[in-house]
Design a protein around this ligand. Structure first.
Ligand SMILES: NCc1[nH]cc(CCC(=O)O)c1CC(=O)O
Length: 328
């Protein structure tokens, strides 16, 4: 299945899907799925590949791509923040070297990407954050060292436990967990969905309720992107789309977009279906955890974008922009 022709990397080109209305690909070989190469990325990409094959009968092969976010050791805020895990994959799409890409949705910048379509958001995994360490947050000793690189997690951790020594870290989940095992840190906060994908739920001491810690917009969800001009391929990828997941992440990401925040903004959101309505909660927190603005709203899932926009404007009216501008 992985012949050298298919593995040909940059030079390998085939007629793009979607040029013709027919989806018969008998003569084309497997769909090429562009993915980051980390264990988490490869696992989630393999899940999507299997779901697509199951739904459509098409074979899918994974093509590993290195992104700037994988190479740079700098903190994300220093290497420009948004898009560092995504841009290299989009370049491969636009060059026709892969047919579609699978991303963690929370790594996607909120702005539009020229020539790229969000073809599917599969059923979302658990969006919550998890504390990994010897005990629950409340039982950590005073001044315990807790690692996270995310201003959103920093702000909400400090709001719960102002005494903690919150330490900025980077690296993949395994690297972060090792810092706890080595005793360099007492605990780290990571996304539950990612821990599950790398088979490390054993490290979880506590799953934070969204009442305590609102997740990042889109956390736990995946995004399938392809070229916008490939209608046939978009329809094919759409077979694994979950409309309610899409409504939820649309509401969450609209909040972030209006607040002009990226993955480094102290913005937490959580949208879920409640009694056939979309219920959205969002928070903006001061980096030192001293103040938080937190608001909720409900609406029809078809109005997800309006719901997110209106809630963001209410946050701004209560001083969200001032809070986001503060750093300690
Ligand atoms: N920023 C890196 C990143 N992108 C997606 C996930 C977790 C999986 C997900 O949210 O889908 C993680 C790691 C983490 O935050 O713990």
């Amino acid at each position: 299945m992985e012949s050298s022709r298919e593995r040909g990397g940059r030079g390998a080109r085939r007629p793009p899907y979607g040029r013709s209305s027919a989806l018969s690909t008998a003569d084309r070989g497997p769909l090429r799925l562009g993915t980051r190469k980390s264990l988490m990325a490869m696992t989630q990409s393999r899940m999507v590949a299997d779901a697509l094959t199951e739904a459509t009968g098409h074979a899918v092969e994974l093509v590993g791509v290195t992104t700037e976010g994988d190479v740079s050791k700098a903190l994300l805020a220093q290497i420009g923040g948004t898009g560092v895990f995504v841009n290299a994959l989009r370049d491969r799409l636009l060059a026709g070297e892969v047919d579609f890409a699978v991303h963690s949705l929370k790594d996607l910048p909120t702005g539009p990407a020229e020539g790229i379509a969000l073809a599917a958001t599969p059923v979302r995994d658990d969006p919550r954050d998890a504390l990994c360490g010897p005990c629950k947050l409340a039982d950590l000793p005073r001044g315990a060292r807790v690692g996270t690189g995310s201003p959103r997690r920093v702000a909400q951790l400090r709001a719960m436990r102002p005494d903690l020594d919150v330490v900025a870290i980077r690296g993949n989940a395994d690297t972060r967990l090792r810092k706890v095992a080595d005793g360099e840190l007492d605990a780290v906060v990571l996304a539950h969905a990612g821990l599950r994908r790398i088979g490390r739920l054993d490290a979880v001491a506590e799953i934070f309720d969204p009442d305590q810690m609102l997740p990042a917009p889109g956390q736990g969800a995946l995004a399938l992107e392809c070229r916008a001009d490939q209608a046939g391929l978009r329809a094919l990828l759409g077979t694994v789309d979950d409309p309610m997941t899409r409504a939820c992440v649309t509401a969450e990401r609209t909040v972030l977009a209006v607040l002009e925040g990226g993955c480094s903004a102290p913005v937490g959101t959580y949208a879920a279906e409640v009694d056939e309505e979309l219920h959205l909660t969002a928070t903006v927190a001061a980096f030192d955890g001293s103040r938080q603005i937190r608001l909720s709203a409900s609406g029809h899932p078809d109005d997800a974008e309006t719901l997110g926009r209106d809630l963001a404007h209410r946050l701004l009216a209560q001083g969200a922009d001032q809070l986001m501008g503060e750093r300690d």
